[in-house]
Design a protein around this ligand. Structure first.
Ligand code: PLP
Length: 406
């Protein structure tokens, strides 16, 4: 039975892919309970990814905001610079257990492609990444990194040559070769069982927070705040706390430049309609007749039309609260966190920080808030430097170009 979360989720794929999804469902059910598998995964997380990631008491920020006591979970310190590696390693290990040799994945901004390529390199799997030609041209640093990790990057020239075309190309490719190939999905979405698999592997974020905080404070947090694209870092953080009804869970979507269509990537706060796209039912930024619409965000990783089905359901019941952060506030939060705590947030994660700057001053001092820094911001230098020091950055790029052309 394809699994639903309320009205969302399911498994909307062609019949040819059903055996591969059934096989994956069975393998996941088996190995997620298997002691040896879990020990191998824990070893990879500890010695390759560098877990547990620290839970930092943000003393300066707490003093400045004069509200709840703030902790920051530093997922950005994980190898490859973000939380995506937790899931990429987990699925790659599952692929080995299933006896498959090849991994394919699609990527938009390239961050999932980089994490997947790195995990496959570590585990000795052959990796192919599908990427829209327009995206690849915009994201050369990530294309470069994928190649360094030994992945083959397939440019997709269909349609708008961006993420949704890469997803289609990847699904089509998988149809032809599912017997020896795994499709490694990067967020808590896609046809069942992917939303559960990704939640399981990203749940390490929340499980560590629970342990670390119980040790430091002897109690649970009062508020958790995470940014939300497809929803893997937020769901991973929230999962162990969903049943703890007193813990407020706040997900932050990309508010972009404003509420007009095409200017943001908010599915929940913008009340986007329900649709069935890319194999699952959820809320998508789309027109009334079901065409996926362009999204915008200053952060490449939140610039996605859909949201994972479980989060869509948790939004509907009100268990997870949703808010947005604008591009402008995100850049401010990015600078503010760098100065107050010496932490360079990824622009995605800076959405959580921007929301925290508004929410935390209103909370009493005896409350505890945890903020997820899903990734670190080094990767964003072409955006942040261009936005904050346009003249100097343009001059730098001009000189670099000149130097390369001689
Ligand atoms: C990809 C990415 C995100 C958004 O994806 P989710 O699945 O919503 O977590 C957030 N932060 C960083 C650093 C990312 O790379």
């Amino acid at each position: 039975m394809p699994k639903y979360f309320g009205q969302y989720g399911g498994q909307y794929v062609g019949e040819v892919l059903r055996p591969a999804l059934d096989e994956l469902t069975a393998a996941f059910a088996e190995y997620s309970q298997d002691k040896n598998f879990l020990a191998e995964y824990a070893d990879l997380l500890a010695n390759y990814a560098g877990r547990p990631t620290p839970l930092l008491y943000a003393e300066n920020l707490t003093r400045e905001l004069k509200g709840a006591k703030i902790y920051i979970k530093l997922e950005g310190l994980a190898n490859t610079g973000a939380h995506k590696i937790n899931n990429a390693l987990g699925q790659a290990l599952l692929v080995k257990k299933m006896g498959k040799k090849y991994v394919i994945a699609e990527t938009g901004a390239g961050q999932h492609g980089v994490a997947t390529a790195a995990a496959c390199a570590r585990l000795g799997l052959k990796c192919e990444i599908f990427m829209g030609a327009v995206d690849a041209a915009r994201q050369q640093p990530n294309v470069f990194l994928m190649k360094q990790y030994g992945a083959q990057v397939h440019l997709v020239w269909d349609g708008t040559r961006t993420l949704k075309d890469a997803v289609n190309a990847c699904l089509k490719n998988w149809t032809a070769r599912a017997a020896d190939t795994h499709y490694l999905i990067g967020s808590a979405l896609g046809p069942y069982p992917y939303p559960d698999i990704v939640k399981f592997f990203q749940g390490i974020i929340g499980r560590e927070i629970k342990q670390q905080l119980l040790k430091k404070e002897k109690k649970l947090p009062d508020v958790l705040i995470a940014c939300c694209g497809g929803g893997s870092n937020s769901l991973g953080m929230f999962t162990p706390f969903i049943a703890e009804k007193k813990v407020r869970l706040i997900a932050v979507e990309a508010g972009g430049l404003g509420k007009k269509s095409g200017q943001h990537a908010s599915r929940i706060c913008s009340r986007s309609p329900v649709g069935i796209i890319e194999g699952y039912k959820s809320r998508f930024v789309q027109t009334d007749d079901g065409q996926v619409m362009a999204t915008h965000s200053v952060s490449a990783g939140l610039d996605y039309t859909g949201i994972g089905p479980e989060l869509a359901a948790l939004a509907e019941t009100g268990r997870v609260e949703f808010t947005t952060a604008s591009d402008k506030d995100v850049l401010k939060a990015y600078q503010y966190l760098a100065r107050t705590e010496g932490l360079l947030f990824a622009l995605e994660s800076a959405h959580a920080a921007a929301a925290a700057l508004k929410i935390i001053p209103r909370l009493p001092k005896n409350k505890i808030a945890v903020l997820n820094m899903s990734g670190r911001g080094d990767k964003d230098i072409f955006i942040t430097a261009a936005a904050l020091y346009k003249k100097e950055w343009t001059e730098f790029l001009r000189q670099e170009t000149e130097r390369l052309c001689v």
